[in-house]
Design a protein around this ligand. Structure first.
Ligand code: NA7
Length: 536
């Protein structure tokens, strides 16, 4: 059987950098990728309007200065095609493709306890033995297909936003239904409305969204970005969310009305997801949060013509930012169009999907096309659909049956030399995913070097360290407003999923300090395993 040092599962943002870094450190690496190209979520999520909600200058790799200097972003918030072009450029530039097997889904990852090696099996029949297994699957890559009766009977075309046809979908003149009003739905709905004959939006829960404020990047801005990278990256690495912007220094409740309003207006114009972090206490104090909610509501009401429609579009069930805030381009204004209809499926749930449309609230809505913008089995779904078998034959799915249990998000007790990138127990989904991926990859790469330098064969999270980290993550979450929303952070969007707040909420910079200190302390909380006796 073929052997390699490291198998990396997934060739998205984290997987591509993992390959580059591990190879640079002298390891042999095999990457498996289920998609027909590299790019991960940016390969799959090709729905109209798909765009990043973090500024391009920040949502880009920092590991190679020349790459930063050579790549020109065309817009403040990059579109999916531009990000995918960038990731393909990275794959070519660093000659990554020769170690990536595309169209290859990993199905089993099994520990051989006698050698502490991982046997990795794919759906193409490949088998490889690896000393290390690195899961770079992406926390939002396992689609949530809603369990609505009759879904498979629908006679028209059905598309989930995360598996969009590569040649696009022509909605011109069609009657379209969109189920779901999270980030994906909110980005897609305005674009679909432009060509569809009729668009019916089936909304279960309204969401907070702010205008993206996208603009082209002009020459002077680009030059300033390139000159300012070292400082920008430094500030990002120390920040709460992995971008260089700092919240207002004072509580939202300690400033004058004018000062508060000015701060919100500034963040509103910045666009993107940072509105939820305008003030430091916005996500910890309900009264502070209400000030942001009120500002938001005034802005949004002013662009919706029908106050009854506005009432339906304004969230009442959760503090602003407790679900990931969405960013849009004319989302709320889209409901002023005569061809767009908002259907409140909280008041009257969908009865069934029929061959010709959707039965809801005692009426039948005729549809030609159906879009499922229904999100993901987040953070655990992508990992659990691989059969990962650790010590004593226990699967990762079994180990996580009551919610994910990790140490630092990176290691799992009973699964030596297996690392999970950007998953539960880390701040990934609350931070800039690119810098976060680099942090995780660098930490793992340094750990592999450290193992060899002390003559150890394997590294494994200790059960007590896992207990402590799970407790720390849940205590930190409980001190915020985050668990008050029925969000995918909490697993609340998937029927039957254990309700555990999965991300680390303490902030990206704090998390980085913690994981770096653990490494500096000789991988405190991990067991360094030596299967052979020490020489001498
Ligand atoms: P989200 O944010 O999970 O949104 C999914 C939406 O689909 C949300 O409005 C759900 O309503 C709705 N949904 C899910 N199942 C159903 C059923 N059965 N019936 C009606 N409505 C349903 O996913 P996105 O893809 O938009 O965004 C995910 C992340 O990707 C985003 O946060 C960014 O980080 C990037 P609910 O709120 O559950 O009532």
């Amino acid at each position: 059987m073929r052997t390699v040092d490291v198998v990396v599962v997934g060739a998205g943002i984290a997987g591509l950098y993992a390959l580059q870094r591990f190879r640079r450190d002298g390891h042999s690496v095999q990457v498996y990728e289920a998609g027909g190209g590299v790019g991960g979520v940016w390969y799959w999520n090709r729905y109209p309007g798909a765009r990043c909600d973090v500024e391009s200058v920040d949502y880009s790799y920092s590991f190679d200065e020349q790459l930063q200097q050579d790549w020109d972003w065309s817009e403040k918030y990059a579109t999916q095609p531009e990000i995918l072009r960038y990731l393909n450029h990275v794959a070519d530039r660093f000659d990554l493709r020769r170690d990536i097997a595309l169209n290859t889904r990993v199905i089993d990852v099994t520990l051989d306890e006698s050698t502490l090696r991982w046997l990795v099996r794919t759906d193409t029949g490949e088998e490889v033995s690896a000393r290390f297994c690195v899961l770079a699957l992406g926390p939002l890559s396992s689609a949530n297909i809603p369990q609505i009766p009759g879904l498979t009977s629908f006679a028209g075309d059905v598309h989930h936003t995360s598996s969009w046809p590569h040649d696009g979908v022509d909605f011109a003149g069609r009657r379209v239904g969109v189920i779901g009003t999270g980030s994906s739905g909110i980005q897609a709905i305005p674009r679909i409305a432009e060509t569809a004959a009729e668009l019916h939006v089936f909304q279960r829960t309204p969401n907070y969204s702010i205008p993206a404020g996208n603009v082209p990047v002009d020459h002077a801005t680009r030059a300033a970005h390139k000159a300012g990278y070292p400082e920008r990256r430094r500030r990002s690495m120390e920040s709460g969310g992995g971008s260089p912007h700092q919240p207002h220094p004072r509580s939202a409740l300690d400033v004058s009305d004018d000062e508060r309003r000015e701060a919100y207006e500034k963040r509103w114009l910045l666009g993107g997801v940072l509105f939820s972090k305008t003030f430091p206490d916005q996500l910890t104090d309900l009264d502070a949060n209400r000030t942001a909610q009120e500002f938001w509501e005034q802005q949004i009401r002013s662009v919706i013509d029908d106050p009854a429609v506005a009432d339906l579009l304004i969230p009442r069930d959760h503090p602003i930012g407790a679900k990931r805030i969405c960013t849009d381009d004319n989302y709320f204004q889209t409901f002023n169009r005569p061809n767009v209809h908002l259907i409140d499926v909280r008041a009257a749930p969908i009865d069934r999907i029929t061959p010709s449309g959707i039965d809801v609230g005692g009426r039948s809505i005729e549809l030609d096309s159906l879009v499922l913008a229904t999100g993901f089995d987040a953070m655990t779904g992508s990992v659990e659909r691989i059969n990962v078998v650790g010590r004593d034959g226990e699967t990762l799915k079994q180990a996580w049956s009551e919610g994910p249990r990790t140490y630092l998000g990176l290691g799992v007790a009973g699964f030596p030399n297996l690392f999970n990138l950007t998953g539960p127990g880390s701040p990934s989904v609350l931070a800039n995913m690119v810098l976060h991926s680099e942090l995780h990859v660098d930490w793992v790469a340094d750990a592999l070097t450290a193992l060899d330098s002390v003559g150890a064969d394997a590294i494994e999270a200790r059960p007590d360290a896992v207990d402590g980290w799970v407790r720390e993550c849940s205590e930190r979450a409980a001190r915020t407003l985050m668990p008050e929303a029925n969000s995918w952070y909490l697993g609340a969007n998937i029927p039957g999923k254990p309700r555990v707040f999965m991300p680390f909420v303490g902030g990206f910079g704090v998390y980085r300090d913690i994981v770096e200190q653990v490494a500096a302390d000789g991988y405190r909380g991990f067991e360094l395993i030596r299967s052979r006796p020490e020489p001498g």
